[in-house]
Write a protein of this length. Structure first.
Length: 446
């Protein structure tokens, strides 16, 4: 960018609207979005209001949810500008934006829309949350199979201006049911007098409006498509979903899973803008629960007080042992959650993985036991056998806990990411203490 943010602020402060507008016309939409990101709330509104309608729509899509909300709040005093922007936004983008707002605010904003856009928005919002219906746009081009190629292009020229993509053209029957799809390349290369019906192979992939968004992600990956048709229960073509919509979902799902794996209750927005109380509430619930879980570790230690008093050297290796089991479990859980998310393994595969995990964790435990034995030989040779046996068993048990929890949660229809690192670690800690001091009690005859 040739002009920096302070320069833009100066133009705004001096009311040099013409210079500012000319500057905005010379830079890319992404650069404008970056300017808005770092601008004050009032300046964000100013920059958006100076943009032509098409540019404003494009820039708005590039903004974060927080910035989008600030822009909409700022434009609420200018009914005409607000109405124009909301009506111009693509239906799927508008629905995604509305999903993050309260019901009262959505109701108010829907009244700003034109009757046509209002009907589209209400229809999309009526689909279940996290369904494909929430992501699709009804803006596509469809032709009939009795069209000639020349007639098809005439139809595309007449109705394709507002279509989200023209890479794929859909062929429907008189009832609007999808018959097939055609790439624009096939149409371009076909004879102008050829019938559309002669170009069809009746092989196409589609999504149902009520399909889960995660299902759609997998279908896009499996078939390597850029856009897919969305049908209702009767097979009528009602919209399309593009791959850029899927990328947004993938990012949201990854962020949500990341927060769950860190035992954070809800996905936070920008931590610089989110209220302290919200950030606190998102993190405190799991931490308090884990405090009560770790009480069991303390109770287990209390039961082995005599062993600890007699062999004080055992305490030196306690953190090392229980941390190793927790780390191995977290590592295993991370891999299983990832494999499940990518569809590389299924819930029914759990029993096939136990043997492999036992062997891998045994090798890991033996290697780590050899390392800790080297340390113990200098610090406390008398506990080497106990520490080594405990290390092997802790790593194996922690790995099994980490492997099995995602499968159990998935079977219970709970997001496997909830098998978070702190949860796995806490369970491994409790088991680790019991294993370590049970072996020590037996070994030293207490």
């Amino acid at each position: 960018m040739r002009t920096t943010l302070p320069d833009v602020q100066t133009l705004i402060s001096n009311n040099e609207w013409r210079k500012l507008k000319l500057f905005l016309d010379t830079i890319d939409a992404l650069d404008i979005a970056l300017l808005i990101k770092h601008a004050s709330k009032d300046d964000k509104i100013t920059l958006i209001r100076l943009l032509p309608r098409i540019r404003a729509k494009k820039v708005f899509k590039m903004l974060s949810r927080a910035d989008q909300q600030e822009v909409i709040e700022g434009l609420s005093k200018n009914h005409q500008k607000l109405s124009r922007l909301l009506n111009d936004i693509e239906p799927d983008d508008r629905t995604a934006f509305f999903e993050d707002l309260s019901e009262d605010i959505v109701t108010q904003l829907i009244q700003v829309l034109s009757p046509e856009e209002r009907e589209i928005t209400v229809t999309l919002l009526s689909y279940p949350k996290d369904s494909i219906g929430r992501l699709m746009t009804p803006e596509f081009v469809a032709i009939k199979e009795d069209f000639t190629v020349a007639q098809a292009f005439e139809h595309i020229r007449q109705y394709g201006q507002h279509s989200e993509t023209l890479n794929i053209i859909y062929v429907i029957d008189e009832q609007g049911k999808l018959i097939d799809d055609l790439s624009i390349k096939n149409l371009i290369l076909a004879n102008p007098e050829q019938r559309i019906g002669d170009l069809l192979d009746n092989r196409f992939v589609f999504l149902n409006a009520k399909d889960d968004q995660e299902t759609a992600i997998q279908v896009f990956k499996d078939y390597d498509l850029e856009v897919m048709p969305v049908l209702n229960e009767e097979g009528v073509l009602i919209g399309i979903v593009t791959f850029d919509d899927m990328l947004d979902v993938i990012e949201e799902e990854s962020t949500e899973d990341f927060h769950k794996f860190g035992s954070i209750q809800n996905r936070s927005k920008n931590p610089l803008k989110e209220r302290i109380l919200i950030l606190y509430k998102n993190r405190i619930v799991w931490l308090v629960l884990l405090v009560f879980m770790n009480v069991f570790s303390g109770a287990a230690l209390a039961n082995f007080e005599d062993v600890i008093q007699q062999v004080v050297a055992l305490v030196f290796f306690l953190p090392l042992l229980i941390d190793s089991g927790g780390n191995a479990g977290s590592q295993s859980a991370t891999l299983m959650i990832r494999y499940l998310a990518l569809g590389q393994i299924q819930v029914s595969d759990w029993y096939k993985l136990i043997g492999r995990e036992l062997l891998i964790s045994l090798l890991l435990g033996i290697t780590m036991a050899a390392s800790v034995a080297a340390v113990a030989s200098f610090r406390a040779p008398e506990v080497i056998a106990v520490v080594c046996m405990a290390m092997v068993l802790n790593v194996m048990l922690g790995s099994l806990i980490g492997m099995l929890l995602p499968f159990i949660f998935t079977k219970l229809k709970i997001d496997p990411a909830t098998a978070s690192a702190p949860l796995v670690t806490s369970l491994a800690d409790i088991c680790g203490v019991l294993i370590y001091f049970s072996i020590a009690s037996t070994y030293f005859g207490f």
